[in-house]
Ligand binder design. Structure first.
Ligand code: EVA
Length: 632
């Protein structure tokens, strides 16, 4: 595996070049796992018109009409050519994948250049030594989408009598796979800005920006001595939206700091009369970092960022010191035909609908989304709960057979726990590294519905939660979404959360339909029990919802009808409004989405407030009225 390098989003600047390699790629399934043996690392079978072509970015699943292709589990391969300009000689050249689900090994001109585990975070591979300049080069990606007890997300791979593999997820969304996000060819100077980290403090009308810049040199090892001898310095210029300079700072490496901080440079600057980034009222400054050696520009990188603070105090979530109430959804990256592939069009529609309905937030359930979603949320002033793909840590949730046979084991006592934790911490590090500078990211969700009722979970939670605190310079609140059986008297782990996030289905999985009054009573009983604990922490609802068929109307209501979805949501609204420590409501789900087939799902999960085609169900108008009448 190659060394993983900078996570910075590809960008053209005075010193950097990028080219998107999206479009039609060659594609091949490899059910017999014979690719390597047959030399596919040098190119896939089927030349010219004999090649199978597939779009990138997209899931491969829903293009095909054959079920074994849609459900395909195992190895699959992609290939395409790319041209490397001769002018790039002397700089470093990378291939940057937004995500390949769930894992990838990459070959350039037949040579292994690295890979990545985990299907929802980006990776860059240094391919400088493998390319030919001013010529056509070839990239081959070997992907794999199998799940196991220690993968994020978790699940099983079953072998059918035909020998075909099949995915058995421990979670409720279709196991879409493929190259889901853009692929870039990138050129970056040898000595370059590897990463930067921002955090803020408000002082009267001003903001004090603390910044850290990490510099690497891939050609020569960058020692403290060299940094000083080469007179390396970083200049940070912060521009207003109109382009005027708002603040500027410059920092040199000094003996003392280098000894302590390595090649990371720290500095502070003051933005006078700051325009704060506010909920649904964003303001973005352009942060431009320039790395100089003496007087010559070595590297330049910029991004648009909002300035804001976020903290939890008592039962309040405070943005810029002011309380916020979250209104919105748990979402999915999911749409017709392209599955989990990124589409700027779908993203735009989703934001328009969320604005229309009066939402101000969403959770990236159940995995980190494409980077463009966070950029857009920054732009639109949406609050994002950024979630890891740590879902399915409760074997019985989807794996009904095992639950029925009574074979359930506490998830964190399995022999796979150690490797699960290693994968989990790795994804955590990557997610925080990728998303830490986004103003929109106000909270980290470190797991969805893990098993928390056995003591074994505690040690696992401690490690994940502590690591998140360590990694995030902004010290954002941490949370995890709690399953129905994680209750005040059964859950061993809620105290790790800075904000308590509940997923609740009273009135759907529990006491649905005419029994809804009983559901409400049970719900209130649980809330009273939480209140009695006096946790002095904010509570939010990260899930509540009812499956609803967009074609069903019924008076009086029945479950699955549009009328029932409204009654259900209205019952929840009343309960939320009776407890002042409830600081947010995110309905499950924004839109209908694809799942595995089964007796509980009719061509997918229908709890959407919008259909999968992004049209409103009746409950959308109910929520619009409520959310527009609630304060931020
Ligand atoms: C549901 N319930 O049953 C949802 C799932 C979701 O889709 C959950 O967190 O508790 C899960 O993934 O509709």
């Amino acid at each position: 595996m190659g060394k993983l390098v900078s996570m910075l989003y590809p960008k053209m600047t005075a010193t950097r070049r990028e080219e998107k390699l999206d479009g039609m790629w060659k594609f091949c399934f490899d059910p017999e796992e014979k690719g390597e043996q047959e030399g596919w690392t040098n190119g896939l079978p089927g030349r010219g018109a004999k090649a199978e072509l597939l779009p990138v970015p997209a899931s491969f699943c829903d293009f095909f009409t054959e079920k074994e292709k849609r459900e395909f589990t195992g190895d699959f391969w992609y290939e395409r050519d790319f041209f490397v300009p001769g002018e790039w000689k002397g700089s470093r050249v990378y291939l940057r994948f937004g995500s390949v689900t769930h894992r990838a090994a990459v070959f350039v001109n037949g040579r292994a250049v690295g890979g990545h585990e985990g299907g929802f975070l980006p990776f860059s591979l240094d391919i400088t030594e493998a390319i030919r300049y001013n010529e056509t080069n070839q990239v081959v990606v070997k992907g794999n989408n199998e799940l196991a007890d220690d993968t994020l997300p978790a699940g099983q791979t079953k072998i059918l009598p035909s020998g075909r593999k099949m995915t058995k997820p421990y979670f409720d969304f279709f196991n879409y796979a493929g190259i889901h996000r853009s692929v870039w060819l990138v050129s970056v100077p040898n000595c370059a800005i590897e990463d930067y980290t921002l955090s803020y403090r408000l002082e009267g009308e001003d903001a004090v920006v603390s910044y850290e810049v990490e510099v690497t040199d891939t050609a020569n090892e960058l020692t403290a001595g060299k940094l000083i001898a080469n007179k390396l310095r970083v200049k940070l210029s912060v521009y207003e939206e109109e382009g005027d300079l708002a603040a500027e700072g410059e920092a040199f490496w000094k003996e003392e700091t280098i000894r302590k901080e390595g090649t990371i440079l720290k500095g502070e600057l003051r933005v006078p009369a700051v325009h704060l980034w506010r909920v649904r009222n964003a303001y973005l400054y352009r942060f431009c970092f320039r790395l100089y050696e003496g007087d010559s520009l070595v590297d330049e990188y910029w991004e648009d960022q909002g300035i804001r603070t976020i903290e939890v105090k008592g039962c309040e979530i405070l943005l810029n010191g002011e309380p916020v109430y979250l209104k919105g959804f748990g979402k999915h990256e999911d749409s017709d035909i392209i599955g989990k592939g990124f589409s700027a069009g779908v993203m735009k529609r989703d934001f328009e609908l969320m604005k229309w309905i009066g939402a101000n937030s969403f959770r990236t359930s159940h995995y980190p989304y494409s980077e463009e979603m966070y950029q857009m949320a920054d732009q639109e002033g949406f609050l994002v709960i950024d979630e890891l793909p740590a879902v399915g840590f409760m074997e019985s949730l989807q794996n009904f057979d095992i639950a029925a046979l009574g074979k359930m084991v506490p998830y964190f006592l399995k022999p796979t726990t150690e490797s699960l934790l290693a994968n989990h911490l790795n994804a955590l590090e990557e997610m925080i590294k990728r998303d830490k500078n986004h103003a929109c990211v106000i909270m980290w969700s470190l797991m969805n519905e893990p098993e928390t009722t056995s003591e074994a979970a505690v040690d696992y939670f401690a490690k994940v939660f502590e690591r998140a605190r360590e990694l995030d310079v902004q010290k954002r609140p941490r949370t995890f979404a709690m399953l129905a059986n994680s209750l005040p008297d059964t859950c061993h782990c809620y105290s790790f959360s800075d904000v308590i996030s509940l997923n609740r289905y009273y009135g759907w999985y529990i006491a649905g339909g005419y029994e809804i009054e009983e559901a409400e009573a049970m719900f209130r009983k649980e809330m009273d029990a939480w209140a009695a604990k006096g946790l002095n922490k904010p509570f939010i609802f990260t899930e509540y919802g009812a499956d609803t068929y967009a074609s069903e109307h019924k008076l009086p209501s029945v479950m699955w009808s549009q009328e029932y979805q409204k009654e259900y949501l209205d019952m929840y609204s009343k309960v939320f409004d009776s407890y002042d420590f409830v600081k947010g409501e995110q309905v499950w789900n924004f839109a209908d989405f694809q799942t595995v087939e089964g007796i509980k799902r009719v061509d997918g999960n229908k709890k959407g407030v919008f259909t999968r085609q992004r049209q409103p169900k009746d409950s959308a108008f109910y929520l619009k009225e409520r959310w527009e009448s609630l304060e931020q």
